[in-house]
Write a protein that binds this ligand. Structure first.
Ligand code: SF4
Ligand code: SF4
Length: 354
């Protein structure tokens, strides 16, 4: 991971500009080697994807637009042969995170030295339960080995459980286990795609009754416990403000945020198509984005999306809450204690950076 002074200055400057698309999630491949219970990606894979040069051209466009952080997911992004080159390029300008289901990280470890965060999906400390959720025997072992290897190599690896009815009761012990090892935890929330738009960008979440959270009070209590733990320990990467919003949602169904899809965040798929979120249909391509970003069409879509209550995907809640200048400042405050992770492991003065 290389956190140059140039990058720090760029990210800080972009974060303070209003109405910019700060967060982008790039679903860079639709290939996956796992068979997760709550996911549709593996059921409908696609070998087609943008070339390395096209991805780099897209990254140049995102830089010009003022994007500060990019999350690469998919599918499993590390299944792309050129992912090392892409991560090296992206990490020069953006806070870069890459997801892995735990199967590829050890093999691609050199590529991962470039990025700011590697997030490994792991749902529970119970190997059998985890392998059931991932649909692959041995997934738990591989993920645990990957986390340990990356951590020992000085790469900022975080563990990313998807909170569901299946593992809700274990999330506190899971969190305590990893933060005791100084491994940060970032959460996803089990959700599934509703049939909002039959031409949606990327079909991901599949309905599964075993995973669906039905115990609302227990979920609210979990949010409280995480908020309490965050006061004492760093390495819990979700913000207090987001946890409070999730709690309100589960206690009385109140949505305390407005969706900022296509405003402060958007999604790109493996073919370079852009949509406000993966449940909405593509509205342009990454290569045409600068021409339409300030268009009337986008303004209309933004007001429609602001009223939308169509999903509870945690990343969208987080991006919506921290999708303004004020939100970015709150995010910076919340993460201040975690900043030492970056500083300790990888800050490089400009003069000695690449
Ligand atoms: S959740 Fe991720 S790892 Fe699992 S099948 Fe879907 S894309 Fe693959
Ligand atoms: S609430 Fe926002 S992120 Fe969720 S489906 Fe609606 S537009 Fe998409």
């Amino acid at each position: 991971m290389v956190m140059t002074l140039e990058k720090v200055v760029r990210v800080a400057a972009c974060s303070l500009k209003p109405n910019r698309p700060y967060h982008v999630q790039w679903l860079i491949t639709r290939k996956c080697n796992y068979r997760c219970e709550g996911c549709n990606v593996w059921r409908d894979q696609d070998a087609k994807e943008l070339s390395t040069d096209q991805v780099k051209r897209g990254l140049d466009i995102l830089k010009e637009l003022g994007v500060t952080d990019i999350v690469f997911s998919g599918g499993d992004p590390l299944l792309r042969d050129d992912m090392g080159e892409i991560l090296e390029y992206a990490s020069r300008f953006f806070i870069t995170t890459v997801y892995d289901n735990g199967s590829m990280a050890t093999e691609k470890i050199d590529a991962l030295r470039q990025v700011d965060f590697v997030a490994i999906s792991l749902d529970t400390l119970d190997a059998k339960k985890n392998d059931y959720a991932k649909g692959v025997k041995g997934a738990w072992n591989k993920a645990m080995q990957a986390i340990e290897t990356l951590h020992n190599e000085g790469i900022v690896v975080s563990v990313s459980p998807t909170i569901s009815q299946l593992n809700m009761n274990e999330i506190m012990s899971f969190t305590n286990y990893f933060i005791a090892k100084e491994i940060p935890v970032w959460y996803c929330l089990y959700s599934y795609d509703t049939c909002m738009d039959s031409h949606q960008l990327f079909n991901i979440g599949k309905r599964n009754d075993k995973l669906e959270i039905v115990d609302n009070q227990r979920m609210a209590d979990l949010c409280d416990s995480l908020i309490y733990l965050k006061k004492k320990k760093s390495n819990i990467l979700i913000t207090t403000k987001t946890l409070k919003a999730v709690k309100d949602l589960y206690v009385d169904g109140k949505r305390t945020w407005k969706c900022r899809s296509l405003q402060n965040f958007f999604m790109i798929d493996h073919l370079g198509r852009v949509a406000g979120c993966h449940l909405r249909q593509p509205v342009t391509s990454i290569f045409k984005l600068p021409q339409v970003w300030d268009s009337e069409m986008f303004k209309t879509l933004r007001s429609e999306y602001r009223k939308c209550t169509g999903c509870i995907y945690l990343c969208y809640i987080f991006y919506s809450i921290h999708g303004s200048v004020l939100g970015n400042v709150q995010l910076a405050q919340d993460r201040w204690r975690n900043a030492r992770l970056l500083l300790k492991r990888g800050f490089t003065p400009l003069s000695v950076a690449r």
